[in-house]
Ligand binder design. Sequence first.
Ligand code: PLP
Length: 415
Amino acid sequence: MTNSEPITDSVLDIEKIRKDFPILQTKVYGKPLIYLDNAATTQKPRTVLQSLETYYTQYNSNVHRGVHFLSQQATEAYEEARKKIAAYINARFDHEIIFTKGTTNGINLVASSFGKKFLKAGDEVLISAMEHHSNIVPWQLICEEKGATLKVIPINEQGELKMDAFDELLNSKVKIVAVTYVSNSLGTVNPVFEMIQKAHALNIPVLIDGAQAIQHIPIDIQQLDADFFAFSGHKIYGPTGVGVLYGKEKWLNEMPPYEGGGDMIKNVTFAKTTYNELPFKFEAGTPDISGGIALGAAIDYVQQIGAATIQQAEEEVVAYAFDRLSAISSLRFIGDAKHRSGAISFLVGNIHPFDLGEILDKQSIAVRTGHHCTQPLMDFFHIPGTVRASFAFYNTKAEVDELVKGIEKAKRMLE
Ligand code: PLP
């Protein structure tokens, strides 16, 4: 593929869309970049980059504190972004949107704060076998502190949750279920609607790790009825360093603050501090102001194309990739779920994923290799890691063809 070749894909005018992303015009080793590492982080449209520059060149100032013009402008833009995010996921209240550093930070907040208030010795926390380390370790930490037990919903060979096991594991000792919507390693889309309903039937709240869902699947949080939903800005075309924790007002009001500092207080004396209202109770210190505003710009961009259109375009390119990759002899998929999104993991013959990744890199194809922060999942499949190609709506079928050629080349070199 060359930069000048026409791209005739799908429901979108991809050629036009790709021009919105400056980095997609760059070359690696003299060849056009083929970026298939979108599960790790997505590329940023110009409007997001411009919003960062506009903030720093025109109204850089701290939020929520100043009476001066710039501070008010920054506060307004930051709070406007919160509103946009709330509207995008259809939250009932804007104050259910807590700005965080990202998914990891959001899950740590819930594990620590919810855990402090609601977990005691003998209780259980239920996660799944396909969780990212971010949705394992925070729960291990709080379970250890409280004497609670971490239970794990097992998966089958296709990389799907065993729902009969989930039913058996749900009992009155479980105080929270924390599960990923979409697996970053396998691309499995979990039946989270059904899981939330079942947990709620026993009054158990559910946290959804939305890190790999927010950019691929339209989210209506009231319909989903999740109690908590965490995601990262950088996975949905926004900047790194900022993310969102959605929490139902009822839980957020009951939970103690996670961190102490400026902005999260109402009144401080040495004898006693009272806390600010939501969302500020959970937002101690100066936030990533430009990041929050730019995340708002990313949401604008996504909405302009349409989340459902994005989903359709991605499904097409992922299906095409599956088809083309299936034809490669000695390639085996790791994870073969019926419902999937975004990422495809595979191994080729006896080639180490790292070696394959390096050869693809030299052909300007960026894929991920390794355990993808899901070591227990790799242990389940008895493998050290996979090669993962992960897609966004700006990826083309021509890029998939290049990936296939790249793998064939690696096979000739290494097999
Ligand atoms: N959860 C899942 C499923 C992920 O894919 C990731 C990142 O890849 C995370 C959590 C952590 O996200 P972050 O590093 O942005 O906090």
